[in-house]
Design a protein around this ligand. Sequence first.
Ligand SMILES: [Zn+2]
Length: 389
Amino acid sequence: MSSTSADKIISENRRGVEPITVDKILERARKLMAEAVGIDSHIDTIQRVMMGEDMGQRHDSGHVDLPRLREGEMHAPFFALWVPVFFRGAEAVRRTLDLRDAMQSVLDKYKDQIALATTAAEIERIVKAGKISAFLTIEGGHTIDDDLRVLRMYYRLGIRSMTLTHARNTNWADSSSDTPAHNGLTDFGKEVVREMNRLGMIVDLAHVSDKTFYDALAVTSKAVIVSHSSMRAISNVPRNMSDEMVRALAKNGGVIGINFGMGFINPNDADKLKSATDTEAEAPTLTGQALDAYAAENAQELFAQRVSVVATVEDVADHVDHAVKIAGVDHVGIGSDFDGIAATANGLEDVSKMPALIAVLLKRGYAESDLKKILGDNVLRVVREVIGQ
Ligand SMILES: [Zn+2]
């Protein structure tokens, strides 16, 4: 690739450093990334497939497709089945199955390029074979409709992680963007965590309230992830993590994936994040196809927004730095939230730009071995511990 806007941002944003050999360092970043597992612990691309997009084609809209994953050297994204909170009860179960079906259509159509991974060993084998590894997760514990049997069926469909909440409380766990109703996790919520431990499903604590976070850490017998959050010390929004939470996560052996979205990264973008969360939580009393149509409209609106963002790739690197400082380099990863956010940091407009972030971190002096941990080895360790292989 020739000189991109990401390259320019790198050179413009370096404060007091002499103009750099951007191309050389990007080349080094790409080479390193080609050898790394390349895990992004949260992308929402499957909802775009539901809306009729062909993931095998390179698009100008959205953030992720197969060609751009290869360009960006990200080989093992976690595909979230994201079910907006206005899907309730049985409708949330139906939506989860519809998203799983959409994922299957991609796996079937592009067998030569992408394959389902349900263990750490499978992720490694698929990436080594030169394909994209698809690890499936669920975003929103409301999708189990308060029924552990539904959770177990999701496991049998190859899903290996779930966030306990999305933008609203479930009947058993408080969300970070709702008024507390349960003082964290209820007894049933604790049962959900134990059942996920037993099955070999990774407990994902992105989106939950602080109390739910600590309750879940007290109950879990396995390492957890916070798949797509950033640092409150830099951008103080409820969806981000305090230093104390990050320390507790490290003690658990878990990993936080740094989110690239507006508001998560730069406090000057925080109000845009809040209005996006509020819109999503509006609740129509629709069912079936009418609800699906509402969801499609809602998503189209979100992504049609032309939000101008202050945050840059350097700001994202600041979050990585801070997380590494607080938790240690063994507990930090990437969780971009691509295709789930209206706008990402400048210089990281889509997954093809990922080498720009790694180039910034290289320039800041990160060892290549540490960058490989951030690019997947850390999360792979959790996958192996939770799933057992
Ligand atoms: Zn999310």
